[in-house]
Design a protein around this ligand. Structure first.
Ligand SMILES: Nc1ncnc2c1ncn2[C@@H]1O[C@H](COP(=O)(O)OP(=O)(O)OP(=O)(O)O)[C@@H](O)[C@H]1O
Ligand SMILES: Cc1ncsc1CCO
Ligand SMILES: [Mg+2]
Length: 278
């Protein structure tokens, strides 16, 4: 896996894929800078009049409902359909799904009308999309680590018919039949708003250069976790402000010298238990 991780980052840097983001007003600047630091080319474009044209020429389209409006949801669907027609991978970050019915319904509507390659969210968001009840307040999840997330991710992937990534202390990514558990990262990632949103866009950048969404997603999770660890040590205990800046520097500094080792484990999913085994 280490060799593939190096190759995938190398390809991303060489191809510099255009990542079209329809995202929220909180994280716009951070997402654009994070993608640039990593080596991708970000663009934010929301007008219904232009999203189809932009999505068609992008390497990936990332839909994020963090500060959704009716117009934004329409733009997501127009862009998503254009991306589907052009063979451009579409990613969805269902920010705050479950916090209000409108967020859940809009996420599910996008999933019905657009062929989504990867859905990435915290455990509470993914549980709500899968029709399961979890506590959620605002856009932050409760604890979503360990075995429970594996089972949840498998059930959600089956139900939604996409690759699902559930992030938290440990990340899980699966298509319901196979998948990976990815470790790494740092708790400081939860103290900076938009670290999950940027991660979904980073997954988009990898999906632009690697056809298999599971492999692309796992590579993104592994590299992002490594960047989180590097940033935490560079921030030297100064806190979330320094960490946020250090995360951009860490994304830019990723390379052969710091390929994450032993962080990606293959998931063994039992068809009998529907995700119980690992
Ligand atoms: N306790 C933790 N320890 C280490 N890394 C963590 C922890 N919790 C989350 N992460 C990492 O933080 C990143 C964002 O995941 P998280 O699940 O917090 O997203 P999110 O809830 O959508 O965040 P946001 O809404 O703030 O953008 C991932 O890379 C994840 O692995
Ligand atoms: C805080 C917040 N509120 C809506 S979107 C967002 C950014 C984190 O997802
Ligand atoms: Mg989020």
């Amino acid at each position: 896996m280490e060799k593939e991780l190096g190759e995938r980052l190398g390809k991303l840097r060489k191809e510099r894929p255009l990542v079209h983001n329809i995202t929220n007003t909180v994280v716009t600047n951070f997402t654009a800078n994070g993608l640039l630091a990593l080596g991708a080319s970000p663009v934010m474009a929301y007008a219904r009049e232009e999203v189809a044209d932009m999505a068609k020429v992008a390497g990936a389209l990332v839909l994020n409902i963090g500060t959704l409006t009716a117009e934004l949801v329409e733009a997501c669907i127009i862009a998503g359909k254009a991306a589907n027609e052009a063979g451009v991978p579409v990613l969805l970050d269902p920010v705050g799904a479950g916090a209000t019915p409108y967020r859940t319904e809009s996420s599910l509507r996008i999933l019905r009308e657009v062929k989504v390659a990867i859905v990435r969210g915290n455990a509470a968001e993914i549980a709500h999309l899968a029709g399961e009840v979890r506590e959620i307040k605002g856009v932050d999840a409760g604890d979503g680590s360990g075995e429970a997330s594996v089972e949840l991710a498998v059930r959600a992937a089956d139900k939604l018919g996409t690759v699902v990534a559930v992030t938290g202390r440990e990340d899980v990514i699966t298509d319901g039949k196979k998948g990976f558990i990815v470790t790494g990262g740092d708790e400081l990632l939860t103290r900076v708003t938009g670290s999950g949103c940027l991660l979904t866009s980073v997954m988009g950048a990898f999906a632009a250069v690697e056809k298999d969404p599971l492999q692309a997603g796992a590579a993104a999770l592994a590299w992002y976790g490594a960047a989180g660890e590097i940033a935490a040590s560079a921030a030297g205990g100064r806190g979330p402000g320094s960490f946020q800046v250090a995360l951009l520097d860490a994304l830019a500094g990723l390379g052969e010298a710091n390929v994450p080792k032993g962080v990606v484990r293959t998931l063994h999913i039992s068809p009998v238990t529907g995700g119980g085994a690992r």
